[in-house]
Write a protein of this length. Structure first.
Length: 394
C-alpha cells in the first residue's frame, strides 16, 4: 500500500512536469514556426524578377560635396594634397584617398590618373558636366591598384574610362546619363566591375574592347541607347548576375573575336533587340543559366520572327553547361520527359539566324537573391537552430 501510494505520487508529479514542459514548449514552437514562415517569404520574394526604374536614380542634391577644380595625377608622385588627395600613403593598407569632391568637368576630365602603381581610392565624389567638350568623369590610363567606388558620375562623355589599366576595381558607382558609354574599357585586364548602376547612357552601359580576364558582376545596365553590356575582341571574361534590361539594342552582345567568355545567371528583360547576340568570328563562349524574357518583341508563345538569341558562328559556342541551359520566356513547355519532367523543355530553343540551339532550355528561371536577403535569411535560420538547441537542453 505504501509503495503504491508513493508510486502514485511520483507518477502524478511526472505527469505534471510533462504538462508544464509542453506548455513551456508551445511558445517556442510558435516562434520557430513564425521564423520559418518569414524565411520562406523572404526567399520567395527574392525570386521575383524586377527591373528598377530610372526614377530611383541617386540624386546628388541630397548629398554634401566640397567643390574643387579638375584633378590630374601623373605618376605616383602626383598623389598630393594639392592634387585632391585627402590622406593616405599609397600602400595596400593605407591607400591614397580622393574623397567627397564635386567636380565640374567642363574644363577637362574631372579626374585623370596616368601611369601609377600606388594603391588609391576615388570615392564619394560627384563628377559631372563634361559632355559639351567630350571630357570623361574619370579616365585612368596605364594604372594599376586603383579602386573607384560610391561615386555619382553623370553627364560626361564616358562616365569611367580605363585604358591599358589592370588590377583595378570599380564598384557601387552610379554612372548614368553620359554621352558615350557608362563604363568603357580599352585593352584592360584582370579588372573587377561590380554593383554599378549604368543607366540612360547614349551608347552602352558597359563596353569592353581588347580586354581579357575581367569580371563584370551584379551590375544594373538598363535603359541605355545601345546594349546593356557589349564586348568586342575580348576574351576569358566572366559576366554574371547582371541585370541588362530595357535597352534599345541587345541586353548583352559580343562582336568580332570574342573567345571563351562565360555569361551566366544574368537577368535580361525587354530589350529592343536580342537578349544575347554573338556575331562574327566568336568561339568558345558559354551562355547558360540566364533568364531571357520579352527581348526582340518576344511574348509568352514562341514566334520565329521574335527569337530572343542570335549566334551566327555555328556550333562553336555553347548555350548550356552540364545539361543546363537558359530560361526563355517564350519556350517553357512541354516538359514530360522523362516521365514527370526534369525542369528541361523537351525540345531545343532555336536561335537566329538558324543552326544554333540551346539544347537544354529551362522551364523556370533562377534569380540570385540580394546579398542582404541572404544574410537576413541565414541569421533567421541561425535563430531557429538556437531555439531548437535551447529546447533540447531545457
Amino acid at each position: 500500500m505504501r509503495d503504491g501510494f508513493v508510486g502514485n505520487i511520483f507518477r502524478h508529479h511526472n505527469q505534471t512536469e510533462k504538462a508544464e514542459e509542453g506548455s513551456r514548449s508551445r511558445p517556442r514552437f510558435a516562434a520557430l514556426f513564425a521564423l520559418l514562415v518569414a524565411i520562406f517569404i523572404l526567399l520567395a520574394s527574392a525570386t521575383t524578377i524586377t527591373t528598377p526604374s530610372p526614377e530611383a536614380d541617386d540624386s546628388p542634391a541630397s548629398i554634401s560635396f566640397a567643390k574643387r577644380g579638375i584633378i590630374s595625377i601623373v605618376g605616383d608622385l602626383g598623389f598630393t594634397n594639392a592634387s585632391g588627395v585627402t590622406w593616405g600613403s599609397g600602400t595596400v593598407s593605407d591607400p591614397f584617398i580622393i574623397d567627397g569632391w564635386e567636380i565640374d568637368a567642363s574644363p577637362g576630365h574631372a579626374i585623370s590618373i596616368w601611369g601609377t602603381r600606388a594603391y588609391f581610392e576615388v570615392r564619394n565624389c560627384y563628377l559631372h558636366n563634361g559632355t559639351g567638350n567630350s571630357w570623361d568623369g574619370i579616365i585612368m590610363q596605364n594604372v594599376e591598384n586603383g579602386t573607384v567606388w560610391n561615386n555619382i558620375i553623370q553627364n560626361n562623355s564616358h562616365g569611367i574610362h580605363l585604358d591599358t589599366s589592370n588590377w583595378n576595381r570599380l564598384f557601387q558607382n552610379n554612372v548614368s546619363l553620359n554621352k558615350w558609354d557608362g563604363i568603357y574599357f580599352d585593352a584592360c585586364h584582370n579588372d573587377t566591375v561590380d554593383n554599378n548602376t549604368c543607366w540612360n547612357n547614349l551608347y552602352n552601359g558597359i563596353y569592353m574592347s581588347l580586354s581579357d580576364n575581367n569580371t563584370l558582376s551584379n551590375n544594373t545596365c538598363n535603359y541605355n541607347n545601345w546594349a546593356g553590356i557589349s564586348l568586342e575582341a575580348s576574351s576569358n571574361n566572366t559576366i554574371n548576375w547582371n541585370n541588362c534590361s530595357i535597352n534599345m539594342d541587345d541586353g548583352i552582345n559580343m562582336f568580332w573575336k570574342c573567345y571563351m567568355n562565360h555569361v551566366y545567371q544574368n537577368v535580361v528583360l525587354n530589350n529592343t533587340d536580342y537578349g544575347c547576340q554573338i556575331s562574327t568570328s566568336c568561339a568558345g563562349n558559354q551562355i547558360y543559366d540566364n533568364t531571357f524574357i520579352g527581348n526582340n518583341g518576344a511574348g509568352t508563345v514562341f514566334s520565329p520572327l521574335k527569337v530572343q538569341g542570335f549566334d551566327n558562328n555555328g556550333p562553336v559556342n555553347s548555350w548550356s553547361m552540364g545539361g543546363w541551359g537558359n530560361y526563355w520566356g517564350d519556350w517553357t513547355t512541354p516538359d514530360v520527359l522523362p516521365p514527370g519532367g526534369d525542369g528541361i523543355v523537351d525540345s531545343p530553343y532555336m536561335l537566329d539566324p538558324g543552326g544554333v540551339v540551346d539544347g537544354f532550355p529551362r522551364t523556370a528561371w533562377t534569380v540570385i537573391p540580394e546579398p542582404g536577403i541572404i544574410f537576413l535569411a541565414l541569421s533567421m535560420m541561425a535563430a531557429c537552430l538556437l531555439i531548437i538547441r535551447k529546447k533540447r537542453i531545457g
